[in-house]
Design a protein around this ligand. Structure first.
Ligand SMILES: CC(C)(COP(=O)(O)OP(=O)(O)OC[C@H]1O[C@@H](n2cnc3c(N)ncnc32)[C@H](O)[C@@H]1OP(=O)(O)O)[C@@H](O)C(=O)NCCC(=O)NCCS
Length: 248
């Protein structure tokens, strides 16, 4: 139990720039307290103690403002930041390392008791403040759901969904498998977005792409004019999307 608690605290310190130390996290983070109380409630629920499970969840809601049904499955190092107004339904599953901000609902749209009514978030998903994820579908690993989105459909791994109803603005299936997949982007935003070095590298990559296109056009004109271009060796095309992603 203490091992999991230590993991939870460390993961919060890693993910919240405002977290200063373990004592502060333990005493002042309702998201952590809700997760700890959910473990007790879930234990009761799984051992047939349905009412005690519901009652502990209710107490947790009074103390933290976060409502997690004791039947919900919550993974390791899940961080509910700020947390007030979060509702997680009975058949919801939240994978390891997910981050959920205040006002998020992982809810259902069907009244069939016993069916999978609530969403599954795979590992590393980030759900922005106020987002509603409604239905028994899956949000793929490391996907992001924008703040205030109303998500009604599955999201592929690594993609970003925003709006009401939510649509996918960035499909990045390769990202979860990459070497940087475990790196957490606080608030779900692209890291280094305002970093001058990152901006300079993006500029250079885009410039190189334009130059490559110009050279291709010049070669085409030379070939069309019947001039010999055999000396110009073919080389691999620059993958600007991949390079831009690497410097994000
Ligand atoms: C969705 C999110 C993860 C996207 O971050 P990102 O990967 O850096 O993407 P960008 O900011 O480049 O946005 C991509 C597009 O989505 C739009 N967008 C971003 N967030 C949006 C949102 N919540 N609702 C609607 N549209 C949104 C942008 O305007 C942009 O559109 P464009 O391509 O037409 O210009 C991020 O904006 C977000 O909502 N994070 C949650 C933050 C949060 O809840 N913080 C709480 C702190 S207490």
């Amino acid at each position: 139990m203490f091992h999991h608690l230590r993991q939870d605290i460390n993961s919060i310190i890693e993910r919240d720039p405002a977290a200063r130390n373990a004592w502060e996290v333990l005493t002042c983070y309702p998201g952590l307290q809700a997760i700890v109380m959910h473990r007790w409630a879930s234990w009761c629920w799984r051992h047939g103690l349905k009412w005690p499970g519901r009652f502990i969840a209710y107490l947790a809601r009074i103390v933290t403002g976060i409502e997690i049904h004791p039947g919900a499955t919550i993974g390791r190092r899940v961080f509910i930041d700020h947390g007030f107004g979060v509702v997680i339904g009975e058949t919801a599953e939240v994978g390891d390392d997910c981050t959920i901000y205040q006002g998020v609902t992982l809810g259902g749209t069907s009244l069939h008791a016993g069916s999978k009514r609530h969403p599954t978030l795979e590992r590393g998903v980030i759900v922005g403040a106020g987002a509603k994820v409604l239905g028994g579908f899956t949000v793929g690993e490391y996907a992001k759901v924008g703040s205030n989105a109303v998500l009604l459909k599955p999201v592929p791994a690594g993609a970003t969904a925003v709006g009401n109803p939510a649509h996918i603005v960035r499909k990045d299936a390769a990202a979860p498998l990459g070497a940087t997949a475990h790196l957490f982007a606080a608030y779900g935003v692209t890291p280094n977005g305002d970093d001058p070095l990152s901006k300079a590298l993006h500029g250079l990559i885009n410039h190189a792409v334009k130059q490559e296109e110009q050279i291709e056009r010049i070669l085409a004109v030379l070939k069309a004019a019947g001039l010999p271009c055999q000396g110009v060796a073919e080389c691999d095309k620059l993958n600007s999307d991949q390079l831009n992603k690497l410097v994000e």
